[in-house]
Design a protein around this ligand. Structure first.
Ligand SMILES: *[C@@H]1O[C@H](CO)[C@@H](O)[C@H](O)[C@H]1NC(C)=O
Ligand SMILES: *[C@@H]1O[C@H](CO)[C@@H](O)[C@H](O)[C@H]1NC(C)=O
Ligand SMILES: *[C@@H]1O[C@H](CO)[C@@H](O)[C@H](O)[C@H]1NC(C)=O
Ligand SMILES: *[C@@H]1O[C@H](CO)[C@@H](O)[C@H](O)[C@H]1NC(C)=O
Ligand SMILES: *[C@@H]1O[C@H](CO)[C@@H](O)[C@H](O)[C@H]1NC(C)=O
Ligand SMILES: *[C@@H]1O[C@H](CO)[C@@H](O)[C@H](O)[C@H]1NC(C)=O
Ligand SMILES: *[C@@H]1O[C@H](CO)[C@@H](O)[C@H](O)[C@H]1NC(C)=O
Length: 176
């Protein structure tokens, strides 16, 4: 009976070789493993938007597109500013900041992250028209409400006294 080499014999050895190659590769070169701001980022119009991307190696460069238009091209380590965008690349950390977010800044941001390998990431920036909520004054008389009431009262009293004095003075003056 003829025995054919079973594929089951070869599979583990192939797998072993792959594992060996992978571990050898891992010894020399570690993976970038990117971790970025993802999904939809929504900020109130006019406020600050921050998008970050971190990798486990140092960045070689970063390219960023907004709606397929280049915003930053092959940006190396450092701090860069273009129109309303600021990009800081430091080691394995990258941060894109927009101080005053307007419609022109919104849309799909695509990042190409080049460390030891290369990776693409997407994040969408959206502005909302939600008004920035101001804290309401407490209902009980706080210092502000107190002065708010007192100032007009004193003003009325002061003007009243002034008119009174002027009236009395004008009445007295002819008798001088
Ligand atoms: C790892 O690097 C060493 C020398 O730095 C080299 O001899 C070896 O071939 C490299 N291995 C792989 C899997 O790249
Ligand atoms: C990304 O980093 C955050 C902390 O900054 C961590 O909680 C999260 O698990 C990381 N995600 C991945 C996919 O590594
Ligand atoms: C990237 O690193 C910075 C600084 O440690 C951190 O503030 C930011 O949250 C990180 N980004 C992500 C997506 O984890
Ligand atoms: C990143 O670069 C710094 C300075 O050049 C170096 O000290 C550090 O080991 C590098 N880190 C990695 C993960 O390659
Ligand atoms: C954004 O704001 C920071 C801190 O307020 C400031 O340092 C930076 O210059 C501003 N950037 C732009 C583009 O206005
Ligand atoms: C990013 O978005 C573009 C355009 O929608 C799409 O073609 C691409 O596959 C997306 N990439 C990733 C990594 O999600
Ligand atoms: C962006 O925000 C608007 C409201 O300002 C909302 O109607 C729209 O659905 C949002 N888009 C995404 C992709 O979240």
């Amino acid at each position: 009976m003829k025995t054919w080499p079973s594929p089951a014999v070869h599979t583990p050895s192939m797998f072993g070789l792959l594992l060996l190659a992978a571990s050898l590769n891992a010894q020399n070169q570690s993976w970038d493993t990117a971790n970025c701001t993802e999904g939809v980022l929504s900020v109130p119009r006019g406020s600050r938007a921050v998008m970050t991307c971190n990798i486990s190696n140092n960045f070689t460069y970063i390219t960023i597109w907004l709606n397929n238009k280049i915003v930053f091209y092959k940006t190396p380590q450092g701090y860069f500013r273009w129109e309303g965008w600021e990009l800081q690349v430091q080691g394995g950390q990258a941060q894109l900041v927009i101080n005053d977010t307007q419609d022109v800044h919104t849309g799909l941001y695509s990042w190409y992250l080049r460390g030891c390998q290369g990776d693409f990431r997407n994040v969408t920036l959206n502005v909302s028209d939600a008004l920035i909520q101001h804290k309401r004054a407490p209902l009980e008389a706080g210092p502000e409400t107190f002065t708010g009431v007192l100032v007009p009262v004193f003003l009325i009293l002061g003007i009243g006294t002034l008119i009174c004095c002027m009236y009395h003075r004008s009445k007295k003056s002819p008798g001088k």
